[in-house]
Design a protein around this ligand. Structure first.
Ligand SMILES: [Zn+2]
Length: 412
């Protein structure tokens, strides 16, 4: 049976981790940064060296292919991929694994002369982590970019996407041209680390993703009354922060008790105004995030949390406004792709388990234009988005062989 080279893959993972590599381990390689652009140049050279056609589209996505120079509906390609950008102080596998495993699979197919009726391609999608716009490259490819918003898209430090892309040699206004014709992708399958503890704890080598969670974010703004923090009696205060804190705790309780077993919620951003120790907070702003793989559960929880915010505001005798910021729908993976992955596991003698993805991935955009699926491998201790993110080399090799045989079966 054709097999990938685990050693070659490990050496490429180590090489890519040097771009934006941190002295104590880990990687900071945000989209469009100089480190990212050096990694892109390296990746293109690796792809060409491996015998692939390689090119970059107007959204900054990198492609390598066997049997194709572009995406067209007369020869639909079987596509794999992931991303080479990272979160700040991230690990060396999130994204990088899917791209380099895809390259390894295509190189193996090329070298072995393994038959494939359909073209095979690997993608490195730009700005998956959303420094400027989450899943930017795969959105452009699938035609779901919010084009009018491009000029105003910016990083948290205020840097505009337009400027970051220009520095890297791209024109942001041309990103929508990356959209491919309908029918030009026959199937998409992405290999990724699980980024959670389920496979590692169950000691199961392969996860077959059946759905990707939807994520809803809203800005919740409580407005009370600023007052002198020393002279105003406690019972006369209309403290916006304490209402916000009360809301956060009650939301957690509500999501745990009334959500599904898979619902999660987070308050990762809190601003208190005017933000002085001797002033009772007049305004408190929270960013509230919720995730669930079931669209009905997510919809119901969003409505209940908005009502809860009003209740809390009333109890604290202040006002609140809930403004939706973004909502991605939960996406089911294609049954045919799941079945093909399981057959590849069967042929390789590997146990597998179906699970949902609790993180967003480019595959959720590809699912809008083709049959899409994902393969997960265990993350040690479930650790991810941190410098000590790791997976066993043997687990990486197993997952990449599953990817190889899944791609070959889909391209047959
Ligand atoms: Zn990722």
């Amino acid at each position: 049976m054709t097999a990938i080279s685990g050693i070659r893959l490990q050496s490429r993972l180590a090489a890519l981790a040097r771009f934006g590599g941190l002295p104590g381990g880990g990687v900071t390689r945000p989209a469009w940064s100089p480190q990212h652009e050096e990694a892109r140049a390296w990746l293109l050279a690796e792809m060409r060296g491996a015998g692939l056609e390689a090119w970059v589209d107007t959204a900054g996505n990198v492609f390598g292919a066997l049997g194709a120079r572009a995406f067209d509906a007369t020869h639909p390609a079987v596509l794999t991929g992931s991303h080479i950008d990272t979160v700040p102080e991230g690990g060396s596998l999130d994204g990088a694994l899917g791209v380099l495993a895809g390259l390894e699979c295509l190189q193996t197919v090329h070298a072995a002369g393994a038959p494939h009726r359909r073209p095979l391609a690997v993608a490195a999608w730009s700005d998956e982590e959303g420094r400027y716009g989450s899943l930017f490259g795969s959105r452009a490819f699938c035609g779901t970019l919010d084009v009018p918003r491009i000029p105003e898209m910016a990083a948290v430090d205020g840097e505009r996407l337009v400027d970051a892309m220009q520095r890297a040699g791209f024109e942001a206004r041309r990103a929508p041209e990356a959209r491919v014709p309908p029918g030009s992708v026959a199937a998409y399958v992405e290999l990724h680390i699980e980024q959670g503890p389920r496979l590692d704890e169950a000691r199961i080598p392969i996860g077959v993703v059946d759905a990707i969670v939807g994520v809803r974010r809203s800005r919740v703004v409580f407005s009370g009354q600023a007052d002198h923090a020393g002279t105003t009696p406690m019972d006369r205060r209309r403290d916006a922060f304490l209402a916000a804190a009360d809301f956060a705790l009650k939301t957690r309780e509500h999501v745990v008790s009334r959500g599904s077993s898979r619902s999660v919620t987070n308050f990762g951003v809190v601003y208190v105004h005017p933000g002085a120790s001797n002033i009772v907070p007049r305004r408190a702003e929270l960013v509230h995030e919720m995730r669930d793989p079931d669209p009905n559960v997510l919809e119901r929880l969003a409505g209940e949390c908005a009502a809860l915010a009003q209740d809390v505001a009333r109890q604290h005798q202040i006002t609140v406004e809930v403004r939706p910021m973004s909502a991605t729908k939960p996406v089911p993976c294609a049954p045919r792709v799941q079945k093909t992955i399981e057959e590849a596991c069967g042929a390789l003698g590997l146990a597998s388990q179906r699970l949902y993805s609790a993180a967003g991935h480019d595959a959720q955009n590809l699912a809008l234009i083709t049959e899409a699926g994902m393969i997960f491998i265990p993350s040690k201790g479930g650790r991810s988005h941190r410098v000590d993110e790791a997976s066993d080399p043997a687990a990486i090799e197993r997952g990449t062989n599953v990817l190889l045989h899944t791609l070959l079966a889909l391209a047959r």
